[in-house]
Design a protein around this ligand. Structure first.
Ligand code: SF4
Length: 386
């Protein structure tokens, strides 16, 4: 790999220029206002794969709801997932909750201060450990996220920065006097000036030392990896309802949407060759040999000991993009009667449409809203406050 060397004295000058720029121009973000370790950890976990604008709507309310690590440790999981609802990647919320409990039980309620100890906590990877250790505790360690990777690759004009190179280079760049500010300054540069498609080199405080700028290769650094298309997953989903309430089940503690409440579903990719069409056409099931979402929904009802009544109907396809999966949900609304039977290992409950205590993933929330709009007329809706 070609690495255009930047000398220690150049690095020192570039560092000072970037820190000076950061001091004058850094965005005023709520999590930058103090270096309380718990607050830094919360912000870093929320910011993973999530835009700053989105996190702004969650960070403050989260701290009101769970102001300390202890308060978080004592909360129940549904309350934690509810506060995270809509932020996505719910595994982060469950890991943060678990971390609060590990810190309470194994560290006397005090977050470890060093990056290597932080990495032992649930959901804390190399980046998060470096960010918390440097920002909250002043440890001189790097924190390499996508922005930092891009800035370093351009500064050194490196097309394909490998992990080892990134670690060594990021470590060499850390400012030992102000490691937390340094890491944030680099991230800020990547987020605001050294952006992926259109780096604003003429406004860049480290432009005079940047090898990619000098070579005219900034827009090509780092070389983009191959884009992989996420596979599609097709799910028939049963909106079973009775007396204005819908049935939800708590998802297992591992896998997609772990620990969230959701409508019962079954993945049907291999069973429903043209499921979208079948959800709306062929309502009587004449397509011999094919499994239809409506039949899947009926069989889900029966598995719970419930008897479908009236005509089931499609609520329209809802799509949701996960990191590794494009999910297509085919929700079918079915009125049911009978006594609910579920295995002891499964948590299920009837939920009123306006119950705002249940944490629902975004797609499921949207399906619930469609169901309310289509079926739960004001005079038949059951309110949890009734
Ligand atoms: Fe990025 Fe341009 Fe600054 Fe180099 S000069 S770090 S390419 S914005």
């Amino acid at each position: 790999m070609k690495d255009t060397l930047i000398t220690p004295s150049e690095r020192s000058a570039a560092r000072d220029a970037l820190l000076d720029h950061y001091d004058r121009r850094a965005r005023d973000l709520p999590w930058r206002r103090d270096t309380d370790p718990y607050r830094v950890l919360v912000s870093e976990i929320m910011l993973q794969q999530t835009r700053v604008d989105t996190v702004m709507g969650y960070y403050g309310p989260w701290l009101v709801r769970f102001p300390t690590m202890r308060a978080l440790a004592e909360a129940d999981e549904d309350a934690v997932l509810k506060a995270w609802e809509g932020l996505g990647y719910y595994r982060r919320a469950r890991d943060l909750h678990l971390t609060a409990r590990v810190v309470r039980e194994e560290h006397g309620g005090v977050l470890p201060s060093r990056a290597d100890a932080l990495r032992e906590l649930p959901g804390v990877g190399e980046y998060t450990a470096g960010a918390v250790a440097s920002i909250a505790f002043g440890e001189a360690v790097p924190a390499v996220d996508g922005n930092v990777r891009r800035v370093l690759a351009r500064l050194h004009d490196v097309a394909e920065p490998g992990l080892g190179w990134l670690r060594d280079t990021a470590t060499a760049w850390v400012d030992h006097r102000r490691p937390g500010d340094w890491n944030q300054a680099l991230m800020e540069l990547g987020a605001t000036i050294c952006t992926p498609r259109a780096p604003a080199c003429s406004q860049c405080p480290v432009g005079p030392w940047c090898r990619a700028r000098e070579a005219g290769t900034a827009a090509e650094r780092p070389r983009p990896g191959e884009k992989r298309c996420a596979p599609t997953g097709l799910f028939a989903l049963a909106v079973l309802h009775r007396e204005g309430r819908v049935l939800l089940e708590k998802r297992p503690t591992t896998g997609l949407l772990a620990g969230m409440w959701a409508f019962p579903e079954r993945r049907v990719d291999s069973e429903v060759p043209s499921a979208a069409a079948l959800a709306t056409s062929d309502p009587e099931g004449t397509a011999a040999g094919l499994v239809r979402p409506v039949d899947v929904a009926r069989s889900i009802a029966e598995a719970f000991g419930l008897t479908p009544v009236g005509s089931p109907s499609s609520l329209g396809e809802v799509r949701h993009r996960f990191t590794h999966l494009e999910a297509r949900y085919l929700p079918i609304s079915i009125a049911v009667t009978g006594t609910l039977v579920a295995p002891a290992s499964m948590q299920v409950r009837w939920v009123a449409a306006d119950d705002d205590t249940v944490p629902l993933p975004v797609a499921q929330r949207s399906i619930l809203e469609s169901w309310v709009a289509a079926y739960a007329h004001a005079d038949t809706l059951v309110s949890r406050h009734a």
